[in-house]
Design a protein around this ligand. Structure first.
Ligand code: UGY
Ligand code: MN
Length: 240
């Protein structure tokens, strides 16, 4: 059915929402039998990149100049020697040459950020499994579960968390903070307040929030809503 130019996408100076019917695929340098859907990059105001990689059988890509966080969405992705399944992830430090490959069709979310080195050290590469990460309550009253996928020590200059909302749960406050966000909806849906607008969102949607973008989410529906969210972290506002 022709949508007659309609999309749920929306944007303002401090945020954008990108919905799957508008995604355009193109390979990035170093990709073979794989394409990227770039969601966030300096071109649209973000200080990081976020893209979904879609691998065909035999697909491959490489880590590059920036730090890379890779979270498997579907299928199996091998990072160096470790094969990761959905919910498993890898952190790769900057200036790496780690090979990343998929033997069958697979999809992964990739986040890249230039490392703001504070301590003279860069983190080591590691792989993890979201299921093995403790689920913490967002706050004392909340039944929203947060999983911190990266360590919190100051060698890391960004955080990636998953938030899971039971149906009807909502952020306890409208947040406004210096950290920038990139967010991929993984399951369920609800209403996202971004700046002065409210958007219906569901699994597959991507959101960028600039520093100090007013933000609030309420989960609607019969199943939990879950998203994975990036933020810059652990650095002084005048220093990276
Ligand atoms: O970590 C966060 O700032 C998170 N609570 N933000 C959000 O979910 N929009
Ligand atoms: Mn936030």
């Amino acid at each position: 059915m022709q949508k007659l130019g309609h999309t749920r996408n929306g944007s303002a100076h401090d945020h954008f929402l990108l919905t799957p019917e508008t995604f355009v695929r193109a390979p990035l340098p170093g990709m073979r039998n794989a394409t990227a859907i770039v969601h966030a990059a300096p071109a649209n105001g973000a200080a990081f990149t976020a893209y979904t990689v879609e691998f065909e059988t035999g697909g491959a890509m490489q880590a590059g100049a920036a730090q890379m966080f890779l979270y498997v969405l579907q299928g199996f992705v091998t990072v160096d020697q470790t094969t990761l399944s959905p919910g498993q992830y890898a952190y790769l430090p900057p200036a790496g040459t780690t090979p990343i490959a998929a033997h069958g069709a697979a999809r992964a979310l990739v986040i890249e950020k230039m490392h703001a080195n504070l301590t003279g050290e860069t983190p080591d590469a590691f792989t993890g499994d979201e299921q093995a990460v403790d689920a913490l309550p967002l706050d004392a009253e909340s039944d929203i579960e947060v999983r911190h996928l990266l360590p919190s020590d100051t060698t890391f200059d960004f955080a990636v968390n998953t938030l899971t909302y039971p149906p009807g749960a909502a952020l306890p406050m409208v947040e406004s903070h210096i950290m920038e966000h990139g967010l991929l909806m993984l399951e369920g849906g609800g209403i996202y307040r971004l700046g002065e607008r409210w958007y219906p969102v569901r699994a597959g949607d991507f959101i960028w929030m600039a520093p100090f973008c007013a933000q609030w989410f309420g989960a609607i529906g019969k199943v939990p809503a879950k998203y994975i969210i990036y933020k810059d972290w652990n650095r002084h506002p005048l220093n990276g």
